[in-house]
Design a protein around this ligand. Structure first.
Ligand SMILES: C[S@@+](CC[C@H](N)C(=O)[O-])C[C@H]1O[C@@H](n2cnc3c(N)ncnc32)[C@H](O)[C@@H]1O
Length: 258
């Protein structure tokens, strides 16, 4: 069958690229197959508004961040490519890997071979906070659903045909892996470690590597006090006044100006 002559090749490419990334978004959050929530979410079956906002945890799909925050990952990765902001994409706190898979899918959709995705996690769940830490009593520590092994995450990347040398996994606690993370420049940095220390460690080790024009995404700025506190302290200490844009009830981001 011949191509529709009313479509220019570039328009057709954009349409296919967009269709691929739409499908990725809906599959990665468990919307495509209306996947029920994990029992721990205390949600009956599949509820679309929960999946829109990332209020529940899908039983099998690779991400819990919901459609709005997944769309934000996609659109900020696309924006930095359009605007030629130098650097790799990185997430600290990946769980089953879904947001990083969207980052890798954007690179694939645009045929980009010279940027990488870095995925940092303990791959064993949230660390037990030391005595006296602001994270003592954090609600998700010890939650078994968060202990997703590196092998499981790699297998999920492979199922989506996204596992290759452009994806770098950093296994271990952020305090051990992030200071020496093998990355020179970042165009998108997504902090999804939820806790005060996990967020503070990400900012301290990586924010200076974020290129001007790059995006800093904080998954739970409007949800978790500890994460918000770590961000607010860092912004105040470094005189960062770039406005925080709210994504949904939970997430926010800002674009780093020069
Ligand atoms: C909310 S989940 C991430 C969700 C994921 N971004 C998604 O797309 O669904 C938080 C993750 O952060 C990890 N994490 C939190 N603090 C950490 C730390 N200090 N070191 C290593 N991993 C950490 C946990 O293991 C967990 O997988």
């Amino acid at each position: 069958m011949s191509a529709n002559p009313t479509h220019s090749p570039s328009t057709e490419l954009e349409r296919l690229r967009s269709a691929y990334l739409d499908l990725m978004r809906d599959s990665l959050i468990g919307r495509l197959n209306e996947e029920p929530a994990l029992p721990v979410s205390k949600v009956e079956g599949y509820q679309d508004d929960h999946r829109e906002h990332g209020w529940d945890w899908p039983s099998k799909a690779p991400s819990m961040i919901g459609a709005k925050r997944m769309q934000n990952v996609r659109s900020e990765c696309e924006r930095v490519l359009r605007e030629d902001v130098p650097g790799d994409f990185m997430e600290t706190g990946v769980w089953r890997g879904g947001a990083c898979m969207m980052m890798r899918a954007v690179l694939k959709a645009y045929g980009i071979a010279d940027r990488r995705v870095l995925a940092a996690d303990s791959f064993a769940g949230f660390p037990e906070p030391p005595a006296g830490s602001p994270d003592v009593g954090f609600v998700l520590v010890g939650q078994a659903e968060f202990a997703v092994s590196l092998a499981e995450v790699k297998a999920a990347f492979a199922r989506y045909r996204l596992l290759d040398e452009q994806v770098i996994f950093l296994q271990g606690l952020f305090k051990d892996t992030l200071p020496a993370a093998p990355v020179a420049a970042l165009a998108v940095l997504r902090l999804d470690g939820d806790m005060y220390e996990s967020t503070r460690e990400g900012l301290a080790s990586l924010y200076h590597k974020l290129s001007p024009g790059g995006t800093l995404i904080v998954d739970d700025y409007f949800l978790f006090d500890g994460q918000r506190r770590a961000v607010d302290e860092f912004r105040a200490a470094h005189g960062i006044g770039d406005p925080i844009v709210q994504i949904d009830n939970f997430g926010g981001y800002w674009i780093k100006r020069a």
